[in-house]
Design a protein around this ligand. Structure first.
Ligand SMILES: C[S@@+](CC[C@H](N)C(=O)[O-])C[C@H]1O[C@@H](n2cnc3c(N)ncnc32)[C@H](O)[C@@H]1O
Length: 234
């Protein structure tokens, strides 16, 4: 790092969706940013940007990082191109805030940029309210208490891995549900855990729904399943 560098990269968590969960620190960092970057679908608006849109100002340059909508991990080229565009701004001494829905370090697309830019530029990360906290709050269930452990499990895992990780957890938070819903229900049914499972859709947003998983037939991308162990007496 050279002394002259004022360029600074910020990973800014903007929370699960409700703008009231944006932190004071995130707002302060956003107000001081020269450039605001955010993940977005191939066409259409960015969810992360929509959460904080009211606080962005006209003078700020924007970089939309467009991810293809097809299943599977995003191509490395998307991160490479975004890292190049952001590095060009950082080299001009810009303060670049990368928005991230929820928390930037919990399955956040920011992780791909951190890997590419973190050793070359000063980085600051502003944690955000994660979907884990938001979903537990929506369902009013503890994530873990006492000596329990929590497993965060992507529904994208193959059946066997999914089953063994759920079976080993006191509480399982199953994320990235979407088109994997039927498979997750089948795996939980086989483990005898389907009736312990709650599905939370769009936590913190006006369309939030909390229902027993057994009664749910479709889940959007922004939904999560929480599976708590049997009855507890805290
Ligand atoms: C790529 S991960 C990003 C997580 C995010 N960085 C966080 O801290 O919550 C996306 C997954 O998080 C979960 N998720 C994020 N926001 C959610 C919300 N508002 N309600 C329910 N699930 C949510 C869903 O399982 C979704 O598929």
């Amino acid at each position: 790092l050279t002394q002259r560098a004022r360029g600074r990269l910020f990973g800014v968590g903007v929370g699960p969706g409700d703008p009231e969960f944006v932190t004071l620190k995130a707002l302060r960092v956003l107000a001081a940013a020269d450039v605001v970057a955010y993940p977005a679908p191939e066409t259409g608006p960015s969810f992360a940007r929509s959460i904080v849109g009211r606080w962005l100002s006209r003078g700020q340059r924007e970089i939309a990082i467009r991810f293809p909508m097809r299943p599977g991990p995003p191509p490395a080229a998307v991160y490479d191109d975004a890292a190049r565009a952001i590095a060009a701004e950082l080299d001009r001494d810009a303060r670049v805030a990368v928005l991230c829905q929820g928390d930037p370090l919990l399955y956040g697309s920011f992780c791909g940029l951190l890997a590419r830019l973190g050793s070359r530029y000063p980085v600051e990360i502003v944690p955000g309210v994660s979907s884990l906290g938001a979903c537990a709050a929506a369902a009013a269930v503890p994530l873990v208490t006492r000596d329990e452990s929590l497993a965060v499990i992507p529904a994208t895992l193959a059946d066997e891995k999914l089953a063994s990780r759920i079976a080993a957890a006191d509480t399982a938070a199953i994320v990235k549900l979407g088109r994997h819903l039927a498979r997750v229900k089948r795996v939980l049914g086989r483990l005898g855990r389907l009736d312990d499972a709650i599905c939370i859709k769009y936590a913190s947003l006006p369309q939030q729904q909390v229902r027993p998983l057994a009664a749910v037939d479709a889940a959007p991308y922004f939904s999560m399943v929480l599976v708590r162990g049997g009855a507890r007496t805290e």
